[in-house]
Design a binder for this molecule. Structure first.
Ligand SMILES: [Zn+2]
Length: 98
């Protein structure tokens, strides 16, 4: 079998660029609870923030990004935040330079 799928150069670039440090969606999902709670928690500003791998993954993976934001909105009240405030804090953490 000599046929091969044509690869979109843009897609290849998206998949390979900046993939280090690498986190799979499964790994990312396992980190989401703890990472989001840390960012919403009272020690925000003192904690180390998202791990670089986690942050990079969320910036590149809309599915995990949505998952994290949904979780932040869901648990916002536990931290005395509105869902909008919690989502904003998550975005701010993602936007923070490493
Ligand atoms: Zn993902």
């Amino acid at each position: 079998m000599t046929d091969h799928l044509p690869l979109d150069p843009g897609l290849v670039e998206a998949l390979t660029a900046d993939s280090d440090p690498y986190l799979s969606c499964d790994d990312c999902f396992e980190e989401t609870d703890v990472a989001v709670e840390a960012v919403l928690g009272t020690d925000y500003g003192r904690h180390e923030g998202f791990s670089e791998a986690f942050r990079v993954h969320l910036l590149r993976c809309p599915a995990c990004h949505d998952e994290a934001r949904s979780l932040a909105e869901l648990i916002a009240a536990e931290f005395g935040l509105t869902p909008a405030e919690a989502a904003a804090r998550l975005e701010a953490e993602l936007a923070r330079a490493a």
